[in-house]
Design a protein around this ligand. Structure first.
Ligand SMILES: Nc1ncnc2c1ncn2[C@@H]1O[C@H](COP(=O)(O)OP(=O)(O)O)[C@@H](O)[C@H]1O
Ligand SMILES: [Mg+2]
Length: 132
């Protein structure tokens, strides 16, 4: 129940969770309850404001933060559908994999990081030396 959820928030957290439409910026120190705000806000949007889970995207910088946020949201929602909660790299990867056929590519593509690209260039260079 949202009422119970709101009891576990301090006044500024409550204000942030209940914030209606439009952008909202939260600046607060480590361990001050930011993730609690975001997870309860997601819960509130879905249960109280009728937002569909697939219309919510939550992105983090680290895998650890994404995992923690996804676990906490899934606990709050009690097994109902959860939004996409991932690092921004993973979220972009998921979206690309799902929709890249629209651009004529197959979804089985590989994503190269800087090291992979370096290695590819070096391999190509070696191949060029051998005249292959
Ligand atoms: N209003 C609150 N009352 C009690 N515990 C809280 C409250 N807000 C956050 N906490 C707890 O404090 C800890 C840190 O909160 P968290 O949301 O993870 O902070 P942050 O994301 O800012 O680092 C967590 O264990 C969380 O459950
Ligand atoms: Mg946090």
């Amino acid at each position: 129940m949202t009422m119970d959820v709101l009891k576990n928030l301090n006044p500024p957290q409550k204000e942030a969770v209940l914030h209606g439409e439009g952008p909202l910026l939260i600046l607060a120190g480590a361990g001050s309850g930011k993730t609690r705000v975001i997870t309860n806000r997601i819960d509130h949007l879905i249960r109280e404001r009728g937002v569909r889970p697939w219309n919510i995207l939550a992105v983090t910088f680290t895998n650890k933060a994404a995992r923690e946020m996804a676990e906490r949201v899934s606990k709050l929602l009690g097994g109902a559908d959860t939004p996409l909660i991932a690092t921004f790299h993973a979220a972009c990867g998921r979206i690309l994999r799902r929709d890249i056929h629209q651009l004529g590519f197959q979804s089985s593509f590989a994503i190269y990081d800087d090291r992979d690209s370096d290695r590819l260039l070096k391999d190509a260079d070696k191949g060029a030396d051998k005249g292959t």
